[in-house]
Design a protein around this ligand. Structure first.
Ligand code: ADP
Length: 438
């Protein structure tokens, strides 16, 4: 920083000495000193005025020129001015490059401040989300993106999973919204056009659904003939071959029906009509079916059903999901094993779990276990007669009910599969309601 204190003092001292000397020579030291000090003071005021005028002027490019310490001060200010200009220029360059690159992006980017007001957005946001530069700056994001699902997603604040929604200005464009927090309560919203991806996904789903549907009829005919042949008196080798063909075609039939079911589940994201599901009696029925399935394994299946509450949803889908989990537990738990079924409710919703003390699953498989055809051990699964689609079906049933499936497992110790249903699908019994009110 510039320090002119020493120069001013020495300059004043020099002026006083010169004024006194001249005054002594001409014989009027008092007068001469006073006049010299007045001239010195007027000069300082003049320089100060120049500095003030320059500081207050709009155009600060021409720094005033001067001698001595005023000159040094003006030079320092001029250098500082240049440094400032350079910093502004490089900042402007960075902003310009950022704006250019973000404008070139095909994804919409929107910056939202802590009060949920739109602060800045790129060009793609105008074409995908319909934002207008002149009118929308400072408006609430929820005034512009009014879809209740977006508003709920935005307000909830849980942004780990993206939200898929049609564009507010072009309903045939599907967008994937992602929100990230930054700074003090600010958010950045990125909307990506996933229409093509969705179309491809739809083509794949349609193909699987059509292929499964077309395979069903020939399979039924083949099985019909095989069963007729098997009823006849046939030579032993032929009998064995035919019964193997029969069991394989039965497996194929199961596979086709699971594929069809999965396509149906994938066709829409949510169940259309939610009706009361007697969850208690469903679990009891499946408990009996599970015991029958593993009759020769002498397993125990216990059920701990804490409440009598009713679940809202699609009964057939929920029955399918629960039976898949229970039958898996029976299949993958050795003879003499124990299987525990549990249904309970809490503030988060309703939960159904199946716990077994079977073979368990290595943790490396857990993240992929709900994918279709993902199998831990190919030979073990084929032996058990599974299609490799069971858990994918459960996952989709849960998604359609706004819930999720969680898996906990340890090798050699056993597994717990839990279906979590959201609280808005659980109706407490009148008794429970009364205790809650109290
Ligand atoms: P699958 O028809 O092969 O049983 P699923 O989708 O139902 O297909 O299950 C996927 C895989 O998860 C199975 O192949 C099996 O290896 C594993 N698995 C499922 N349930 C259990 C369980 N209760 N105990 C151990 N492994 C299991």
């Amino acid at each position: 920083m510039y320090n002119s204190g020493h120069s001013i003092a020495s300059n004043l001292f020099l002026t006083v000495v010169v004024g006194l000397l001249v005054g002594l020579i001409i014989g009027y030291p008092g007068w001469t000193l006073s006049i010299t000090l007045i001239i010195w003071g007027l000069y300082q005021i003049k320089q100060f005025n120049r500095l003030q005028q320059w500081l207050m002027s709009n155009d600060r490019t021409n720094v005033p020129e001067s001698q001595g310490y005023w000159g040094e001060l003006f030079d320092e200010l001029s250098r500082d001015q240049k440094r400032q200009q350079q910093r502004t220029l490089s900042l402007r360059n960075v902003i310009h490059r950022f704006q250019q690159s973000s404008a070139a992006l095909s994804d919409a980017i929107v910056i939202i401040d802590g009060q949920n007001h739109l602060e800045w957005w790129n060009r793609a946001a105008e074409s995908l989300l319909g934002m207008k530069v002149q009118t929308d700056r400072g408006r609430s994001v929820m005034n512009l993106l009014r879809d209740p699902r977006f508003v709920r997603y935005y307000r909830k604040g849980l942004y780990e999973d993206p939200l898929e929604l049609a564009s507010p200005i072009q309903s045939d464009i599907v967008l994937e919204y992602r929100i990230t927090r930054f700074g003090a309560g600010d958010r950045i919203l990125v909307a990506r056009d996933i229409t093509r991806l969705k179309q491809l996904e739809q083509t794949r789903q349609d193909f699987v659904a059509n292929a499964s549907h077309e395979l069903r009829t020939p399979l039924t005919v083949i099985r019909g003939y095989l069963e007729t042949f098997l009823d006849q008196e046939l030579p032993k080798p032929l009998q064995r071959a035919l019964s193997q063909m029969n069991s394989q075609s039965k497996r194929m039939e199961n596979l086709v029906s699971d594929l069809l079911l999965l396509s149906r589940l994938e066709a829409s994201a949510h169940v259309s009509d939610e009706l009361p599901v007697p969850i208690h009696s469903i679990i009891s029925r499946i408990q009996e079916d599970g015991l029958a399935l593993g009759a020769d394994k002498h397993q125990t299946i216990s059920a701990d059903l804490e409440t009598e509450s009713t679940l809202l949803g699609q009964e057939s889908e929920i029955y399918g999901a629960i039976s898949n989990l229970v039958f898996n537990a029976v299949r993958y738990t050795p003879a003499g094993g124990h299987i525990k079924l549990r249904w309970w409710t809490d503030k988060k919703g309703g939960h159904f779990s199946v716990q077994d003390n079977g073979a368990g699953i290595d943790s490396i498989h857990l993240p992929r276990l709900q994918e279709r055809f993902y199998r831990v051990d190919e030979s073990r699964s084929s032996d058990s007669g599974g299609t490799g689609l069971g858990l994918a079906i459960v996952k989709h049933v849960m998604l359609r009910h706004g819930g999720r499936l969680t898996i906990n497992s340890q090798l050699e110790k056993g597994s717990t599969f839990t279906c979590h249903f959201p609280s808005d699908l659980v109706i407490p019994t009148p008794q429970e309601e009364q205790t809650e009110e109290e």
